[in-house]
Every structure is written in structure tokens, then in C-alpha cells.
Design a protein around this ligand. Structure first.
Ligand code: ADP
Ligand code: MG
Length: 498
């Protein structure tokens, strides 16, 4: 074999011609199946063995049919549409998966006139290491999806919403009705009134109950990350720490419900994008040109005065009208004091199984009167926190007003203040203002135990740190040198609103 560098090697044209001619034959010989379609993705040719694998004893029977009618998971249509090859892929079949290659066929003008596909291996032995990796990853994915779906299933049902006051029954009636419908739900009410609980119950009672319920707490996520959080990002498109790309909450919630908590905190530009998704029912993840269909039911909640935000130009009127279809007002606890006893007992039962199983807590009459006279700015959440502290620190199972009084107003947790309508009766000879103290004010230390004082200090410190970092948990954790998981736990334990 000699090179004639003055011109082309003598054998060049021959090699090229042979390569082109034999390429098809070589592939055909070595592949387990060969498949050719026209520009409409109809079968032009299929070899006998491949046809037989898909149930056609005579390959002629497959000719002229749509490719998917012959090979259910075929992607040949995509190849003729895009004109781009899919060089290596694993195609699932009703038996073992196949390793396949798909190439477009072009005419002299470069127009795609069809495509050819080869199934390279049907026994994946040749690819055992690769394939066992693939199978393992696939299995892990299925297991993870299953446990995620489990975790996303509604935690609460309508039965968990305790209360028989007229206001409470009306809320439950409206929520049950909302569960039967598909329109967006808007849950309004002060913090701790049970909006999240209702969102879970509505999802759990809806036709989407077996599909995911995905929550985004708008207030807890920095503005700059919200868009990716909602819509996801293609690999490499996202300049944040993970360059692998991200699946957005909208896509995760597909088929199910997306619960947007504290929607009043949503930045205006994102409000516009959300509105568009609600109208178009589709969106593009950041940096991708992939259109994702979003079949998602929205439940939004806020403790903010949404009409006032609209009037102030901080919330888009069009988005407000879009969400304000089925609107449910969760009443403040002080407006339904007749529910306090039932709520308190439901919580005490819960707490006794959690903390001291076997105990049987009982509220004395004066304790109950005290609970009913307090204003509960933090609503049911505050009631729960108060009882939790009283139970943890009380020696007796009989809880009287004297035991309870020190904890009232100290367990609210939260930076959002709402009007306190509580009376301020003197209790057990002590004169206390039953108004929740501002977390930045000094806690009343004169009668506190060391552990109470430390807890009060820690809570105040964390609230200040969170506020100083704009409510961003991860930033705060970094700044104060605390693990973010620890900080999340403490935020939950103290009931701090972020
Ligand atoms: N009606 C209710 N019955 C029982 N528990 C309730 C009720 N309302 C609220 N809770 C409890 O109070 C806490 C705060 O409720 P949540 O739904 O998070 O309030 P919100 O979202 O309005 O701030 C949760 O622990 C929740 O289970
Ligand atoms: Mg909430």
C-alpha cells in the first residue's frame, strides 16, 4: 500500500466506496435487528429476526406501518423529525431492553428522507458492566421515586382539622368542596391557623390524591433561587452550586398539587411567570428549549393581606384574580375559643405519645379559662407550642393555670405579629401581660429556669440572625457557624417563621 502524496492514495476512492457500501452490511451482519423507515416514520424494511421479536412472523406484514405500531418504544419518528442521530440508547421492550443506534438518512440536498436503526445487542452480555450499572441506577430511581411519593402524600386529612365551632365547620365545608373541584384554592389567615393542614387535606381529598403534593415555601427561598426552584434548569444552565441541572417543583408536582405557601412574598417578576404558566399550562426550564407540560393544581396560602398588597402594587392584580377563585379564610383561634378545649386535648394526646407515653394529661378548669382568655397571635401553632413546653416542664399530669401561665406568650415563635385581642387577667397572684413578647425584647427572666433562659436566648439569637440574613436559612447557618440541618431543626422546634 503506497502513498502517492502528489495526489490521493490510489486506494482512497475504493476504500471510501467499500466503506460506504459495507457499512450497512457490516452493521446489518453484526446487529441483532435492522429497521428502516421513510420520512413519515413508516416501516420501509425490517429484517426477519427483528420482525419476529416484535411478533411479525413475516417481515412483509410490518412494511408501511407506523414505526411505533411495530416497535412500541421506537424513537425513529424523532430522528426523522430532527434529522439528528441517536447514537447509543437503551430501548425498553416487553422482554429485555435492547441497545440501539438510530441514524437519519439524507438525500443529496441534505433533506432527511428516512432513518435506519440497528439493535446492536439483544443479550446485553457484551455490555454487562455498563448494563448492571444502568439497572442499579434504574432500580434506585424507582425506589427513590416511590419513597418520595410516599413522603409527598398528604400528611393530614379533614379529620385532622379539629374543631366544631360554626367558623370551623364552615371552613371544613368549603375545603371539602374545594377538594371536589379543580380550580386554584387560596387559603387566607393568620400564621398558625391551619392553612398548610387544609392544603394537605384538600389534596388528600381530591382526585389527585395518589399524585404528588409538592410544597414551595416562597418566603423561605431567596428570590434569586426561586425561578430555578419553580421551573428547574437544564444541566449547565444554572450558575448555582449544582451544575447538573435541576427538576423544578412544577415538574415534580405534575399530575398532582403544588402548594405555594406565603405566596404574598413572591417577587413581582416571578408572579408574571407563574401567571403565564397557569394560563399556558406549560413552561421551559431555565436554559433548555424543552417544553414541559404542567398539569398542576395550585393551592396558595398567605398570612399577608393580599388585597392590600395588590393595592400597593406589590402583588399583581391579574394573578390575584386568577388565584382568588375558591378562597377560604382560616379563622384566628381567638375567634373560635369554643374549639380550644378540643384542640388542646387532641394536642395533649399527641404530645403524650410523643414525649411521655402512657401519661394522661388533664386540664384543670382554671387552665382552660386561661387558654380561652388569651389572644393567641400565633394561633393553633402557638397553642401547641405552649402546651408542649408546659408538658415537658410540668411534674404533674394535671395542668392548672399556675403551671400554664409562665408559658403563655413565650411560645409564639415568629416574627410576624398580628393584633392581639387577648385579655390580661392576673393569674395566680402574678400580673402578666398576656401579649406575646417581641422576640427582640428581653424575656422575663426573674422566674425562669436556666433551661428556659437559654432557650429564650437561643431563639432570640436565631431570630436576629435570620432577620439579619433576610430570612435565608443557608446563609444564616453559614454566618453563625451552625449546620444547616441543625438550624432547620431549631427553627421548627422554636416555631420560628422564616
Ligand atoms: N384545626 C386544627 N386542628 C388541629 N391542628 C391544627 C389545626 N389548625 C392548625 N393546627 C396545627 O397547628 C400547627 C400550624 O398549622 P399550619 O397548618 O402550619 O398553619 P399555617 O400554615 O396557617 O401557618 C400545625 O402543627 C397544625 O397541625
Ligand atoms: Mg404556614
Amino acid at each position: 500500500m503506497m502513498n502517492d502524496w502528489a495526489g490521493l492514495p490510489a486506494t482512497y476512492g475504493d476504500v471510501l466506496r467499500r466503506a460506504m457500501e459495507s457499512l450497512f452490511r457490516t452493521f446489518e451482519n453484526f446487529s441483532e435487528g435492522t429497521f428502516i423507515v421513510d420520512a413519515e416514520a413508516r416501516v420501509v424494511w425490517i429484517n426477519k429476526r427483528y420482525a419476529a421479536r416484535f411478533g411479525f412472523s413475516d417481515p412483509q406484514q410490518a412494511i408501511g406501518r407506523d414505526c411505533e405500531a411495530v416497535i412500541p418504544n421506537s424513537l425513529m419518528r424523532e430522528v426523522v423529525h430532527t434529522g439528528k442521530p441517536i447514537l447509543l440508547d437503551i430501548m425498553e421492550t416487553d422482554r429485555e431492553p435492547l441497545v440501539v443506534t438510530r441514524l437519519p438518512l439524507k438525500d443529496d440536498a441534505g433533506v432527511t428522507v428516512g432513518a435506519v436503526g440497528f439493535a446492536l445487542f439483544d443479550e446485553l452480555k457484551a455490555l454487562t458492566p455498563l448494563f448492571s450499572h444502568y439497572s442499579r441506577v434504574q432500580e434506585e430511581l424507582i425506589a427513590t421515586r416511590r419513597s418520595l411519593a410516599q413522603a409527598r402524600r398528604a400528611r393530614y386529612t379533614f379529620g385532622s382539622f379539629v374543631g366544631t365551632s360554626a367558623a370551623c365547620l364552615e371552613v371544613k365545608r368549603q375545603a371539602r368542596r374545594a377538594a371536589q373541584l379543580e380550580s386554584p384554592v387560596l387559603l387566607l389567615g393568620e400564621t398558625g391557623t391551619g392553612k398548610e393542614l387544609l392544603a394537605h387535606a384538600i389534596h388528600g381529598g381530591s382526585a389527585r390524591a395518589t399524585q404528588p403534593l409538592v410544597t414551595v415555601n416562597v418566603a423561605a427561598i431567596p428570590d434569586t433561587l426561586l425561578e430555578v426552584e419553580f421551573f428547574g434548569a437544564a444541566p449547565g444552565a444554572y450558575t448555582g452550586a449544582d451544575r447538573k441541572g435541576r427538576v423544578g417543583k412544577f415538574e415534580l408536582a405534575n399530575g398532582g398539587t403544588l402548594f405555594l405557601d406565603e405566596i404574598g412574598d413572591m417577587p413581582l417578576p416571578l408572579q408574571g411567570k407563574l401567571l403565564r404558566v397557569l394560563q399556558d399550562k406549560e413552561f421551559e426550564p431555565l436554559g433548555s428549549n424543552r417544553i414541559v407540560r404542567a398539569d398542576v393544581r395550585i393551592i396558595a396560602a398567605t398570612s399577608a393581606d393580599l388585597p392590600a398588597l395588590v393595592a400597593a402594587g406589590r402583588f399583581r392584580a391579574d394573578l390575584f384574580y386568577r388565584l382568588n377563585v375558591l378562597t377560604i379564610h382560616a379563622p384566628a383561634l381567638r375567634e373560635r375559643t369554643s374549639d380550644i378545649e378540643a384542640l388542646a386535648y387532641a394536642m395533649l394526646e399527641d404530645l403524650s405519645t410523643q414525649t411521655r407515653s402512657g401519661s394522661h394529661f388533664e386540664l384543670q378548669d382554671d387552665a382552660l379559662r386561661l387558654l380561652c382568655s388569651y389572644g393567641w397571635p400565633g394561633n393553633v401553632r402557638e397553642l401547641r407550642n405552649t402546651l408542649e413546653r408546659a408538658v415537658m416542664l410540668s411534674d404533674s399530669e394535671r395542668i392548672d393555670a399556675r403551671t400554664l401561665a409562665p408559658f403563655l406568650g413565650s411560645a409564639q415563635g415568629g416574627s410576624q405579629r398580628s393584633a392581639v385581642a387577648g385579655a390580661t387577667p392576673p393569674v395566680g397572684g402574678q400580673t402578666r401581660t398576656l401579649q406575646a413578647p417581641d422576640v427582640t425584647a428581653d424575656a422575663p427572666l426573674e422566674s425562669a429556669s436556666w433551661s428556659d433562659a437559654m432557650a429564650a436566648f437561643e431563639k432570640r439569637f436565631l431570630c436576629d440572625a435570620l432577620r439579619a440574613n433576610g430570612g435565608r436559612v443557608i446563609d444564616t447557618a453559614n454566618r453563625i457557624g451552625m449546620g444547616r440541618a441543625t438550624l432547620y431543626k431549631k427553627i421548627a422546634a422554636y416555631g420560628i417563621e422564616v
